[in-house]
Design a protein around this ligand. Structure first.
Ligand SMILES: Cc1cc2nc3c(=O)[nH]c(=O)nc-3n(C[C@H](O)[C@H](O)[C@H](O)COP(=O)(O)OP(=O)(O)OC[C@H]3O[C@@H](n4cnc5c(N)ncnc54)[C@H](O)[C@@H]3O)c2cc1C
Length: 494
């Protein structure tokens, strides 16, 4: 096993999550100097069964799965000095239907079905989704939760996310952020499985033979040398391009002035490499904005905070949308507020029950008032109107949402326990729904829908699963379920 800097990396990943995406660059550069002492694991290339590009969630799941399904020699190339990519920042959880944990939770969660999960995902994605891929992901989602369990990764608490008809978002038992929990544990599994990991080794080009098959990958090693890996199969798991404003400008010029929640490593080069090797890129203009982003640093305020009951108010002290609507709808509603000011409003009970909020407070992102009037005074919001808004909302919570003026029936939680907190939010670039065109084997396809031998892809680098709008919790489901599938199918192709 060739992994350098493991203990530092695990700590860096967890710390980065606690701090948010804006902190990753700093973490990574600190780490680079700390890691400079280590001389091991400089990539020299060579012959492998499977080479995985990118050590985020999809990369680690697919590498493990490839190994467990018969690939003997497996390597991961990671361009940064820190593992985890955007997966580090996943805050709320992983959607899955029909799990043992939903049964244990009881209530609406226990009534969930694969069909309802498929239907919610298709509706959320405006039916732009590839239904075959969605069906595969949803059908295998409970097995994905079990697979994680078998690897010592337990997501046993169930909560509700926007666009979900019932609670199906799985997170750690202590309700903490999912990414900070799963990345170090997956990393440990990768290490134990004997997978070779090469850090600070960006893949630069896929090697294609004269028949159009991918037979390897070129990379730059941590000493700056060009190396070539020959591989029976390459799995591209390099994530999206949500931090590459040149690409965003190319596909969505209207979003270039937005902040981004994404890790610096989300530069989209996996898509470009795959395209040069013949893969079709689909739905590249489908870029999701997330409605609760702290505008000063791009930090995401996880959807689970709304799922626990938080509401959005404007500067008149009014709610203006169903906060549990899909991200595109909530983002659009925010942009219509007269002076563009929007706050997420929550109380002490929610704070106590949702551990991640303390992290937002520690970063100075919350405004706190001993009572609602004091909070409103600090925000410049009329307190009487805000109180009336909460009275109406709390009454709707009591009747299960029947009287909610915006039709909110999920994620209801009374807001009545002082002190109160507000977090100023707005939309930020969050997820690339488009990417490499794949089939049900996670194999890359050409524009003519022809399989490219030797080329597989998984995670945010792929397109088609999330359609025009990804539901919160579905990306972690994607990287786990489709990551496992990519590894299995790549191993089977050898
Ligand atoms: C703040 C935030 C919160 C989120 N919360 C949730 C949530 O609660 N639930 C949910 O379902 N989804 C959530 N998401 C989305 C989800 O985290 C991502 O879509 C998912 O983790 C992407 O995983 P991935 O493995 O495909 O890519 P990543 O995790 O981004 O990993 C890609 C890796 O590839 C590396 N790489 C890139 N280019 C190269 C190259 N050329 N060579 C080698 N390596 C390369 C990167 O450095 C990175 O380590 C969130 C996203 C963000 C940003």
């Amino acid at each position: 096993m060739k992994m350098n800097r493991r203990s530092f990396l695990a700590a860096a990943g967890a710390a980065a999550v606690a701090l948010g995406a804006g902190a990753l660059g700093a973490q990574a550069s600190e780490k680079t100097s700390a890691a400079a002492d280590s001389a091991d694991a400089v990539a020299k290339g060579g012959d492998y069964d499977v080479v995985v590009l990118g050590m985020g969630g999809a990369g680690m799941c697919s590498a493990l799965s490839a190994k467990e399904n018969g690939a003997e020699k497996v390597a991961i190339l990671e361009k940064l000095a820190v593992v985890g990519g955007n997966t580090n920042f996943s805050s709320s959880g992983m959607n899955a239907a029909g799990t043992k944990y939903q049964q244990a939770a009881g209530g609406d969660a226990a009534t969930d079905t694969v069909d309802l999960f498929i239907s919610d995902t298709m509706t959320g994605g405006k039916n732009w989704n590839n239904k075959d891929l969605v069906t595969y992901m949803c059908t295998n989602s409970a097995a994905g939760i079990d697979w994680l369990d078998e690897h010592g990764i337990t997501l046993s608490d169930v909560t509700t996310m926007g666009g979900a008809s019932v609670p199906r978002c799985h997170r750690p038992a202590d309700k903490s952020a999912v990414g900070a929990y799963i990345v170090p544990l997956l990393q440990e599994q990768v290490e134990q499985a004997g997978i070779d990991v090469f850090m600070e080794t960006p893949a630069t080009e896929l090697v294609v033979d004269d028949k159009g098959a991918v037979t390897g990958v070129k990379a730059t090693n941590s000493d700056g040398e060009e190396v070539t890996f020959n591989a029976g199969a390459v799995i591209v798991a390099t994530g999206g391009f949500g931090a590459n404003f040149d690409m965003i400008g190319m596909y969505r010029p209207d979003l270039v002035d937005y902040v981004t929640t994404n890790a610096n490593g989300s530069q989209g080069e996996g898509m470009v490499m795959a395209s040069k090797a013949g893969a079709n890129l689909i739905q590249m203009d489908q870029i999701q904005t997330h409605p609760t982003v702290y505008q000063e640093n791009g930090a995401l305020i996880g959807e689970a905070v709304r799922g626990a009951g938080a509401v959005l108010i404007n500067s008149a002290g009014d709610r203006f949308t169903n906060e549990m609507g899909t991200r595109d709808v909530v983002s659009a509603a925010e942009l219509k507020q007269p002076d563009g000011k929007v706050w997420l409003l929550l109380d002490q009970a929610l704070y106590d029950n949702t551990p991640v909020v303390a992290k937002y407070e520690a970063r100075g992102m919350t405004v706190k008032g001993d009572d609602l009037a004091s909070l409103c005074g600090q925000l410049g919001v009329p307190a009487d109107e805000a109180q009336a808004t909460l009275d109406t909302y709390n009454a709707a919570v009591a009747d299960g949402g029947a009287s909610d003026p915006f039709g909110r029936t999920t994620g209801l939680g009374a807001l009545e326990t002082a002190p109160f907190y507000a977090i100023p939010v707005g939309p930020g670039i969050h997820h690339c729904m488009g990417g490499i065109y794949i089939d049900g084997d996670n194999q890359a396809l050409t524009i003519e829908k022809k399989k490219i031998d030797g080329l597989f892809a998984a995670g945010e680098v792929t397109g088609g699963i999330h359609g025009a709008n990804r539901l919160g919790g579905n990306a972690v489901c994607d990287i786990v379920v489709m990551g496992i599938n990519a590894g299995k199918k790549a191993a089977a192709s050898l």
